[in-house]
Design a binder for this molecule. Structure first.
Ligand code: NAD
Ligand code: DAU
Length: 348
């Protein structure tokens, strides 16, 4: 069986590719990735020699290319992760997010439909989405699969639109889809534009830690390998035309998380207690900043038997160790374009 994984050179995608290549030797895995600033084949060095792994450099926005690719390989399953994924970038470049996240997704849906609409038997289109489509929670409550969509950023609006198109292709053409909406991931290979890897990198380099607003925003953090395992469960055992919420049962206010990170980093770097904390700088808030995300993951837990296996303290410690051991990876991804982005975003 040929499975297409899009965005497999990115953060979450690389963990999904690794899991599928090693756990399912009978599948031929095709990783399609445009290698944008966020895509990095160094994330998959241990996988690239495997007989059931294939890399294709290409852009999901190019409809003719996608048509040709599906015609050649006739993928029976698609796990679609390719996306523009950073909220701050979406505020500056909303159109780029519409192109990849909405139109790119539609190109994949169209070719999957063209191939299989006469017989959907044994086929599955799995769309990876985010809890941000539900908007923001107040200080209580959880997102469930029934929560209304209320996206607040161009990123989450583009992901919400793509979810709607996937669902609409299911309703209109019978396309067998499954969608999952996950909370904030963290772990190895996370691009250092997102909170945790950005702050790890800045602590290493003794640079300010730019906390947006008052830091009292809450996110529900999940270790990336637990997300990859959830994706495996949903792909293999999830119902057709179903949605699953995936979360860490692990809420942290940003400022508390940053304090925990500073404390672990001081320990690991052998620096005096409290030294990283001094780098915290409160900066201008993100426009449209969602106050709180928290996932009710009861459905995936009860129906598919999934729950997170890594505690936050353990996951954060493993993550920091990975960055400290992979300074070459950090150096490569923070050279060039990253410096320009950093200057524009943080005026420093
Ligand atoms: P990422 O930015 O690290 O990786 C995205 C990958 O997609 C990169 O390898 C990039 O090169 C590729 N890509 C981008 N545009 C492309 C295009 N036009 N054609 C082909 N490839 C393209 O993202 P991530 O954090 O790994 O997120 C992966 C998916 O999971 C996204 O769909 C995101 O919305 C979703 N998600 C992320 C999180 C999170 O916390 N990171 C949580 C929930 C859901
Ligand atoms: O909830 C799932 C989503 O989580 C994914 O869909 C997105 O792809 C992913 O980027 C992430 O979105 P967030 O906006 O929550 O993640 P980010 O790491 O950018 O920010 C986490 C919190 O930290 C948020 O409240 C903003 C804050 N923050 C972030 C940065 C980059 C800061 O205070 N300072 C910063 O410099």
């Amino acid at each position: 069986m040929k499975i297409l994984i899009t965005g497999g050179a990115g953060f979450i995608g690389s963990h999904v590719v690794r899991r599928f290549v090693f756990n399912y030797p009978d599948y031929q895995i095709y990783n399609l990735d445009a290698l944008t600033y966020a895509g990095n084949l160094e994330n998959l060095r241990d996988v690239e020699g495997e007989a059931n792994y294939n890399f294709i450099k290409g852009n999901i926005n190019h409809a003719d290319f996608i048509k040709e690719l599906f015609g050649i390989h006739r993928f029976a399953g698609v796990i679609h992760l390719a996306a523009e994924s950073h909220v701050d970038r979406s505020i500056n470049e909303p159109l780029e997010f519409a192109r990849t996240n909405i139109l790119g997704t539609m190109n994949l849906l169209n070719e999957f439909k063209r191939l299989w609409s006469s017989n959907w038997e044994g086929k599955k289109f799995y769309h990876i989405s985010t809890d941000e489509v539900y908007g923001s929670l107040g200080s209580t409550g959880f997102f469930t699969e029934e929560s209304p969509y209320e996206p607040n950023s161009p990123y989450s609006a583009s992901k919400a639109a793509s979810d709607h198109f996937v669902r609409a292709y299911g309703e209109t053409y019978g396309l067998p889809y499954v969608i999952s909406n996950c909370s904030n991931n963290y772990g190895p290979n996370h691009f250092p534009e997102k909170l945790i890897p950005l702050f790890i990198n800045n602590i290493i380099n003794n640079k300010p830690l730019p906390v947006y607003g008052d830091g009292n925003y809450t996110r529900d953090w999940l270790y990336v390998e637990d997300h990859a395992r959830a994706i495996d469960f949903v792909f293999h055992k999830g119902g057709c035309m179903e949605t699953y919420n995936i979360g860490g049962f692990n809420e942290w206010k940003n400022i508390d998380l940053v304090m925990e990170l500073c404390s672990q980093m001081d320990n690991k770097l052998g620096r005096a207690k409290g030294s990283s904390e001094k780098l915290i700088t409160f900066v201008k808030d993100r426009p449209g900043h969602d106050l709180r995300y928290a996932i009710d993951a009861t459905k995936i837990n009860e129906e598919l038997g999934w729950s997170p296996s890594v505690t936050f303290e353990e996951g954060l410690s493993k993550t920091i160790d990975w960055y400290l051991e992979n300074t070459d990876w950090l150096a490569h991804v923070t050279s060039g374009e990253y410096t320009k982005y950093y200057k524009k975003q943080y005026h420093s």
